[in-house]
Design a protein around this ligand. Structure first.
Ligand code: ARG
Length: 463
C-alpha cells in the first residue's frame, strides 16, 4: 500500500488499523499496471499544467511537481525505481515517490482528480498506442501474404465447401482472403478510436469537480478528440476494453482459421503444403515426426483471447454504477490479449515464410471430385440457352455417368456425353480444363488470374 511521508497509507488518518496483509498482497495491481508508468506521468504532467493555467496551483508548485515527475520517469527508465510490492498500484507508487522527492507540495497533484479518472486516462492512452502497434503488426502480415500470393498466381488448387472439392481456384486467391480479413481487423481497431479517444480526465471520483478545470485543454494536450460527457458513465465505462478485447478476438479467429487450414493441408492425408523445420517440433517417442505445433499454438491461444473477452463481459454484467474494485482486472486482461496477439501475428509470419507448396498434389487433388462440373453447366446455359436448372440437371447426369464408369470428367468421350444430351458437341471438353476454369471466373472478386493481379496491385497501394 502506498504510504505518505510518515510512511503510513494515505488514508491512515481515516483507517487507523492496517488491513489484511493477504489482501494487500493479492489486491495490489502494481505488478500489472506498472506498465502504465509513462502514460501516468504524461497525464499527471498535463493535469498539473492545466491546474496552473487555471490558477488552481502556483507556478512554483507546478515546477516542483514536473521536476519530480521527470526524475521519476528517468528512474523508472533506468530501472532504478522501486516498485514496492506493498504499493497498491502504479499511481500510488509514483505519488509516494513524488512526496519523497518534493515533499508536501506533491500533494497538490491530486487536486481535482481521482484515481478513477487517472486510471482511465492512463489506460486509454496506452490502448490508443497499443491499437496502432497491432495495426503495424497486421500490416507486416498483409505484406507477407501479398508476397506469397504474387509467387503463386498460377498455382491451382481445389477450393472446398464442406471440405469437399468445390471449384478450381488459384492458391493466391485463397491466401489473399486473409488480406481482406486483416484489413477488416485494422478497420475495427480504427473504429474503436471513436470512443477510445474521449478524454476521461477531469471527471474525478464520480461527480466531477468543484474546481474550475479545463477539460478541453487536457483533451488537446493528450491528443484525445473530446472530453467524456457524463462523469458517472465515465468512471463506470469499460466498453472501450470490450471493444479492444473483441477486436483482438476477431483477429485471433482469423489467425486460427488460417492455422487450422494449414494444419489440415500439412497433414499426411492432404499433403498440400509442407512446413519447414523452423516451424515444426518433434515427438519424444516417434522419431519420424514433424508436428505443426506453431499452428496449433495459434489455434489454441485464440481460446485465451475469447476467455479474456468473456472475463471482461462477466466482470461488467452485474456491476451497478460506478467504480468497483472488480474493474481493476481490466488491465491484466487487455495486456495479456495484446501481448498474445502480437506473438500470434509474428508466429503466423514465421509460418508464412517457412512453408512450401506441393503443387503437384494440389493439381492432383483438383482433378478429383468432378470439380469443373459447374463450368459445364454454365457453358450449357451460355451456348445452348438452357435455363440454369436444366443445365444443372444435364450436367449432374454426366457426372453420374462418369462416376459409374470410374472416369474423371475429362476422360469421358464426346460420344459418352452425347448419350446424356445429343446436342452437346466437342466444345464442352475444354470446360474440364482446370486452368480454363480459373481463368473464366472474371467477375469482380473472382479467382481469375487477371483479377488476382489487379487485387495484388490494389492491396500493395493500401498497406
Ligand atoms: N488500481 C485501481 C484500478 O485499476 C485504481 C483505481 C482505484 N480507485 C478506487 N476508487 N479505489 O482499478
Amino acid at each position: 500500500m502506498s504510504k505518505n511521508k510518515n510512511n503510513k497509507p494515505v488514508w491512515s488518518t481515516r483507517i487507523a488499523k492496517g488491513g489484511s496483509s493477504l489482501f494487500l498482497r493479492v489486491g495490489s495491481s502494481i505488478n500489472v499496471d506498472k506498465r502504465l508508468y509513462k502514460q501516468d506521468i504524461k497525464a499527471s504532467s498535463v493535469h498539473v499544467e492545466m491546474l496552473l493555467k487555471k490558477k488552481i496551483i502556483s507556478l512554483q508548485v507546478k515546477n516542483k511537481i514536473i521536476w519530480g515527475l521527470k526524475k521519476i520517469l528517468n528512474e523508472i527508465n533506468k530501472k532504478k525505481f522501486n516498485f514496492e510490492k506493498q504499493s497498491e498500484d502504479i499511481h500510488m507508487s509514483i505519488e509516494k515517490r513524488l512526496f519523497e522527492l518534493v515533499g508536501e507540495d506533491a500533494g497538490f497533484i491530486h487536486t481535482a482528480r481521482s484515481r478513477n479518472d487517472q486510471v482511465l486516462v492512463d489506460f486509454k492512452l496506452w490502448m490508443i498506442d497499443a491499437s496502432e502497434d497491432i495495426i503495424k503488426e497486421i500490416n507486416l502480415n498483409i505484406n507477407l501474404i501479398i508476397k506469397v500470393a504474387e509467387k503463386n498466381i498460377f498455382t491451382i488448387m481445389p477450393s472446398f465447401t464442406h471440405l469437399k472439392n468445390a471449384q478450381p481456384i488459384s492458391f493466391s486467391h485463397y491466401i489473399l482472403a486473409y488480406v481482406e480479413m486483416f484489413n477488416r481487423d485494422k478497420k475495427r481497431f480504427l473504429n474503436n478510436n471513436e470512443t477510445l479517444k474521449e478524454n476521461p480526465l477531469g471527471v474525478a471520483a464520480i461527480a466531477g469537480t468543484s474546481f474550475n478545470i479545463d477539460r478541453e485543454y487536457t483533451t488537446k494536450k493528450l491528443k484525445f478528440k473530446k472530453p467524456t460527457s457524463n462523469s458517472i458513465d465515465t468512471v463506470s465505462d469499460r466498453d472501450f476494453v470490450l471493444d479492444f478485447l473483441y477486436t483482438i478476438s476477431v483477429c485471433s479467429t482469423h489467425i486460427s482459421r488460417f492455422a487450422e487450414e494449414f494444419i489440415l493441408w500439412n497433414s499426411d492425408a492432404f499433403d498440400l503444403i509442407k512446413l519447414k523445420d523452423k516451424v515444426v517440433t518433434g515427438s519424444s517417442i516417434m522419431p519420424q515426426k514433424k508436428n505443426p505445433d506453431t499452428l496449433e499454438y495459434l489455434r489454441g491461444k485464440t481460446g485465451f483471447a475469447y476467455g479474456n473477452l468473456f472475463s471482461m463481459l462477466t466482470i461488467l454484467k452485474g456491476l451497478p454504477l460506478s467504480y468497483f474494485k472488480d474493474l481493476q482486472d481490466d488491465k491484466e486482461l487487455a495486456f495479456k490479449s495484446f501481448d498474445q496477439i502480437k506473438n500470434c501475428l509474428q508466429i503466423m509470419r514465421e509460418v508464412l515464410s517457412n512453408f512450401t507448396i506441393n503443387k503437384k498434389k494440389m493439381t492432383q487433388l483438383a482433378k478429383v471430385g468432378f470439380i469443373t462440373a459447374t463450368d459445364l453447366a454454365d457453358h450449357i446455359v451460355r451456348e445452348y440457352k438452357y435455363p440454369f436448372r436444366k443445365a444443372y440437371s444435364v450436367t449432374s447426369k454426366i457426372v453420374n455417368l462418369a462416376e459409374k464408369k470410374g472416369k474423371k470428367l475429362d476422360e469421358l468421350t464426346i460420344e459418352e456425353i452425347k448419350t446424356i444430351d445429343k446436342k452437346l458437341d466437342e466444345d464442352v471438353l475444354r470446360l474440364f480444363n482446370l486452368e480454363n476454369s480459373v481463368k473464366s471466373k472474371k467477375s469482380y472478386g473472382g479467382t481469375s488470374f487477371e483479377n488476382i493481379k489487379k487485387m495484388i496491385r490494389k492491396y500493395k497501394k493500401n498497406v
